[in-house]
Design a protein around this ligand. Structure first.
Ligand SMILES: [Zn+2]
Length: 327
């Protein structure tokens, strides 16, 4: 999720002098106590033009049935200048402590992404695609702006990332610099991170034959498409992709399912696994879980304000997977 204040200029043109809260829709992941995700403000980084990677720290290890991920949230690659005109926040150190199932399982129903991050990259940066930039700044309008659709400029850098008010650098789309650091996605599938439900997240190019690790790589296409015709409510006009609600899932329209994933073999899962794919187009980062997201990813506190204080080290029980289906 992101919350970006003072996104002037273009934002104001579109949204008519409003201060944008790029926070998440307050969507109902079940309220269960205890989130470990925490933001510290230790070691404030000056931000600014950073050609140099910050001092990133990430630790990923298996412990029992879980994969534990601790990180300080600082990018380990070149990043854009923060603050910038459209994202007035500096990158600061975070204290992330997530856990996901080491052997994730699909659930009986999908869980749609609420106001929490979708997952975390192997370099410790969250995948956090949602916004709460609403048409006329009205969450009840049902029309939420998409960060990468080109209609609003939230100051993202070349890795499709920017910074929350609490200093959390986060990805809204493909982490270009991370892909490059891993050697590129032209000849091998790239594991980029883990979703909150424990399934792995890969770069756009995956095996053309999902069960054949010898098959060539092919860019995966999502099965989301722009709706046809005009919006019947809210902003009216053509479904041009500015809003999340401009898109619809059409089964088998692309290579991926509603969660922007598929099942198959990967370098890290030679026996096969469900996995998510980041795509070049909507949804960029998946908006639904095939499994059950762990509560350690749940964001609490004021919308967009980031996580609460670091609690006890022991991660809470997983999310329950009973959010009602999206209309
Ligand atoms: Zn954001």
């Amino acid at each position: 999720m992101c919350r970006v204040l003072s996104c002037r200029n273009q934002l104001h043109r579109i949204m008519v002098r409003r201060r944008f809260l790029c926070s998440f829709v307050v969507t109902p992941f079940i309220l269960i106590l205890g989130t470990v995700l925490a933001s510290g403000h230790e070691g404030t980084h000056p931000g600014g033009s950073s050609e140099e990677p910050l001092k990133s720290r990430v630790d990923i290890e298996i412990e029992g049935d879980f994969r534990l991920i601790e990180a300080n949230g600082l990018p380990d690659h070149q990043h854009g200048q923060f603050p910038n005109r459209r994202n007035p926040h500096s990158i600061t150190t975070q204290r992330y402590a997530y856990r996901v199932p080491a052997k994730p399982e699909t659930a009986s129903r999908l869980t749609y992404l609420g106001r929490s991050p979708f997952g975390i990259a192997t370099n410790g940066i969250p995948f956090d695609p949602g916004t709460a930039e609403y048409w006329q700044n009205d969450p009840d309008s049902g029309w939420r702006y998409e960060a990468l659709a080109g209609q609003i400029d939230l100051g993202v850098d070349e890795s499709h990332a920017h910074v929350q008010p609490n200093g959390a650098y986060h990805y809204h789309g493909l982490p270009t610099a991370l892909v490059a650091a891993l050697g590129g996605n032209s000849e091998k599938m790239l594991l980029l991170g883990y979703a909150a439900d424990g399934f792995p997240i890969y770069a756009p190019r995956a095996y053309a034959d999902s069960d054949d690790a010898q098959s060539e790589l092919k860019e995966m296409k999502s099965s989301y498409r722009l709706k046809e015709g005009n919006r019947s409510t809210g902003p009216q006009g053509r479904h041009d992709g500015s809003f999340t609600e401009d898109y619809e899932y059409i089964e088998e329209a692309g290579d991926l399912d509603e969660c922007n994933g598929r099942t198959g073999v990967t370098p890290e899962y030679p026996e096969g696994s469900y996995y998510y794919v980041l795509t070049e187009g909507f949804p960029w980062i998946p908006r639904a879980f095939k499994g059950s997201p762990d509560l350690s990813f749940k964001r609490r506190g004021p919308a967009g304000g980031g996580p609460g204080p670091r609690g006890n080290r022991r991660p809470p029980p997983p999310f329950r997977n009973d959010r009602p289906p999206r209309p």
